[in-house]
Write a protein that binds this ligand. Sequence first.
Ligand SMILES: [Zn+2]
Length: 739
Amino acid sequence: HSRSHPVLDAYKLAHQYHDSLLEIQGDMLILNLSEKEYLQLKNTDHVVYIGVNNDHVFDSRIKRNSLTKLVNKSSDSNVELTIPEFECYNTVEGTYAEAKSQAIAHPELVQWKKIGESWKKTQKESGYDLNVLVIGADQKNSNKPKLFLQSGLHAREYAPVALNLAFAKYLITNQGVDPEVDWILDNTEIHLLLVANPDGRKKAEEGLWWRKNTNNNYCSDEPNRMGVDLNRNYTFNWFSIENGSSGDECMSTFRGHEKGSEPEIQAIEAYVRSIFPDSRGPNVNDAAPTSTPGLFIDIHSAGGMVMWPWSTTVDPAPNAAGLQRLGRRFAAINGYRAFQSSNLYPADGVSTGLGYGELGIASIIFEIGTQFFESCQTYEQEVLPNNLRALMYAAKAAISPYTITKGPEVVGIRLEGSGQKPVPSGTNINLKANVSDALFRQLADETLEASQSIKQVLLTISHVDTAEVTKEIQLSAADGEFDSNNELISYVLNTENWSEGLYSLYMKAQDQDGNWGTVKGASLVIDNNIENQNVLPTADFSFECADLECIVSGDKSTDDGELTYRWLINDRAPLFGKSVSFNYYETGEYKIVLQVEDEFGFVASTEKTLTLQGIIVPVAVLEYSCDGLICDFDSSKSSDTDGQITHLEWYIDGIYQADYREATFQYEFPVAGTYVIGLFVVDNHNAYDFKEISVEVKDKPVPVKAIVKPVKEASKSGGALMVLLTLLISCFYIRRRWY
Ligand SMILES: [Zn+2]
């Protein structure tokens, strides 16, 4: 909550307290704060609301409510391969079994390599190996640029491990099918540390909000708070700033008593140093050459963020321009917010210190999804599809991540007339795509990344069996001229006399500054025994909205085959699936677009605007009258259309007046002057409003009566903010409004 910019401020606050984030419920953040953190928050500019619903207090020791059966650990044959009630997520055993089976099935492409051991295993008490799944390593060419993806460093973050494994399986199963995958495997090596903290993960699979490893040398008196935060134990810049980590063994950000003390971190550091050469000098301002290949991504959850170094200072990293451009490119693909880690959330001893600080490799943190124990529905309809696309981009960008983002990207490539289906030669296929040199996502008040007009777009078609390049075509803009940073392509491929077989189509684009983007691929099968018949699809959907949640279903769409469904709801990241759900908070209009695509690449779409009855924000009204230095303040004209005001707070010059909690209060000012009086009201839906007025208090005992309208509205649209405080734990909700 802010005097100046409530939306941005709430956004910053959310990130600042990211480590305490329990989950995001609709438009609220639920945080788990220590008493100290809570008091710090009280002393800032942020309005804090105490009381109410103490029974909602979360405790890091409570189990996930819905969990009814625990992971069976009695014998190997009974080990659960997925997390009970979260069947879309593999357990450590399930993840390792999947990875191992891929390596056995594709020995020429995939290796499952041991790189070290978990803390428990080093103590000879069960525990796990730390393994990396390597895809596309080429014995003849060990100089291929490398992508390193790490997940599961924080135990309770379910979705990142699943995403990392899903990415591996996508690459492996689409080799020889998706030309883009073939390009990646020819040009890049993929190194996936699927479960960076398996001991801790095991605890989280039992339903605990476990974050650290399970080293019981620390905080041994409290078995559910022991361990080291592995993402504060990396050696680079370890314990280098105040408040970047904790020295308290029981805290969730305990850094360890020495840098790199934990076996997991020792293994990860040794491995990452072995695959990436050191490309950055020893001084803080030494930049890595912008041509440095290789990309390091640490995947966490949750919050929907993409972050780049530094995390220890708000100063820009020496490669800031390239890192920022890369972060904003990822954000445009997965729909998240992108910013430098430290701006909002200082941390030391973190993973990107290894990748970037120590080695100069472009390093990025993803915070995917909305909560640690992400529902499978949200994971499958949003988190997985949007982040798979981001990781595909990462694999291509790894050849030159600091600079390739300058080039234009081909997006939404589609072969209208063939799609996923084989077609006979002679079929006319309309190749459609969008080419953008401005594929970046930044906050509303940030300056735009530079972009130029598209200069050229190249299409290369080759016959996969013969490896012959059939055609190289300069594509033209659909509007006739390349004169913009965003161009549509619509090109008719005449397949007359094409021989049968599988064709790869590659597109890439260049901007006026000469920068090329990454390669985009599609495939086409010519088969003359196929009869090419297709009925065009139609799009229509039904919806059911209640209690701040809508379920939309594309079941009224028609086609003669299978459809894929893509949903655009206001400015949110797209959702995928025949039936999806989304939350709404405020009363208002919600534009819903459904795009369906049939197996032949034909698209139909429909749009409906729903007026949804959400929560109506209360209105704070502040009146006063003064008699000399004594003033009476009155909030009783404040109102809430769909409920009642349940809580209010008074502020004088930004300071919370704990003694005054009623609708009216009388105050004697010590000296004459101008004071800023603030009124904060919360309704029964936890929506809020905040008003401030300037009051001139005069010495003379001359009575002044006045009704003053608010001169400043700190919160136009309001939201919710609530803190629940018990002795040790407090949680607060804050209205979230992202850009
Ligand atoms: Zn994390």
